[in-house]
Design a binder for this molecule. Structure first.
Ligand code: DTR
Length: 340
């Protein structure tokens, strides 16, 4: 009897130690918790779409997944986002691809001056382009959404009514949009949106080139009393997930994320377009901002300066081994398709 008990005790101890050595059991008792990093402040559109995604996921998985959101660069900053997610500092991150132009060559082609008319069309075009090419730049992550801003316009402290007014003006932009400012003769200053409020306040820049919802969300309407309507180029964004975190998810949760991806992309585009309209009205009515429309002849002069940009991009892309012309043609076809 005694030896039988000793034997059982030995077995219990042996298997107990074995289990402890194998580490914690993979099956979790509570919900799956995911961290989601974002670089700009909470009221801005990248964070609004983040909260919407969180709510949809938590509802659609019946509480099986909980998403902890980190706006304002509290977990990862604008330029650390992709690498931070790859390394697992956050499970999920939202990034503006224009801040790393060379890294996201194919998807950043959407910020060539090809006439994307709004964020809804832009987001649909970007999503389709991503799905066609599956760029190598995303091989180490799972893509959860892609969307774009509305087209960019000039917000400035002094009025820009003609090309002459913009010559040498210190204006902030990034990526493809920065190239466009340079073509118009501005002194383009590159920095992420999250660094812009301080640069404007200190006078390092005299304005910026972006979608107009920031007039309200960042209160740029206070220093920038002029908007020049150019409606030229969007900025592309993506939401990416750490591959190991993705691989750990149960199949039913993966299916929810996959179904949400195209839906979230369009939702964000539509939210952006609507929010630009709200911000424009607010800027005019409560901040006394003047909206400047260029005459047809003046706009033709501005457009003329942009003509060589796409051809140059095609050359550079092809020199780097990308099918540049095909990518541009695909974007043009997709714009027409989604405009309808
Ligand atoms: N236009 C890009 C991206 C952008 C537009 N709105 C926001 C709001 C918050 C962060 C980034 C952006 C830019 O100028 O950086």
């Amino acid at each position: 009897m005694k030896s039988k008990m000793a034997w059982m005790l030995f077995l219990v101890l042996f298997f107990g130690l074995l289990a402890a050595a194998a580490g914690p059991a993979p099956a979790q008792a509570g919900p799956i918790t995911l961290s989601y990093a974002n670089f700009p402040p909470a009221p801005t559109f990248p964070c609004v779409q983040m909260e919407r995604w969180k709510n949809e996921v938590e509802t659609r998985t019946d509480g099986k997944v909980r998403v902890n959101t980190f706006p304002g660069g509290t977990l990862l900053g604008a330029k650390d986002m992709m690498d931070g997610v790859i390394q697992g500092q956050a499970d999920i991150g939202c990034l503006c691809m224009a801040y790393q132009p060379g890294r996201f060559m194919i998807t950043n082609a959407t910020s060539l001056p090809l006439g994307i008319p709004n964020a809804r069309v832009g987001s649909l075009v970007l999503w389709d382009l991503y799905r066609k090419y599956r760029p190598e730049a995303f091989a180490q992550v799972k893509v959860l959404a892609m969307f774009t801003t509305a087209p960019s316009n000039i917000m400035s402290k002094t009025p820009v009514r003609s090309l002459a007014d913009i010559q040498g003006m210190d204006l902030r932009a990034s990526g493809g949009a920065a190239q466009i400012l340079a073509a118009w003769g501005a002194n383009q200053v590159g920095m992420p949106m999250s660094a812009t409020p301080e640069a404007l306040q200190k006078g390092v820049v005299k304005g910026l080139f972006s979608s107009l919802e920031v007039m309200k969300d960042f209160k740029y309407a206070e220093p920038c009393k002029y908007v020049t309507l150019t409606d030229t180029v969007i900025y592309p964004f993506s939401v990416v997930m750490n591959m190991a975190s993705w691989n750990r998810l149960p199949e039913d949760v993966k299916a929810v994320f996959d179904a949400l991806a195209p839906e979230q992309s369009v939702w964000t585009g539509v939210y952006m377009d609507d929010h630009v309209a709200v911000a424009n009205q607010w800027s005019k009515e409560t901040q006394g901002v003047e909206f400047i429309t260029l005459s047809a002849e003046e706009k033709a002069r501005w457009n003329e300066r942009l003509a060589p940009i796409t051809e140059q991009w095609i050359k550079d892309a092809e020199a780097n081994g990308y099918p540049g012309r095909q990518i541009v043609e695909d974007i043009e076809v997709l714009i027409e398709k989604h405009k309808k």
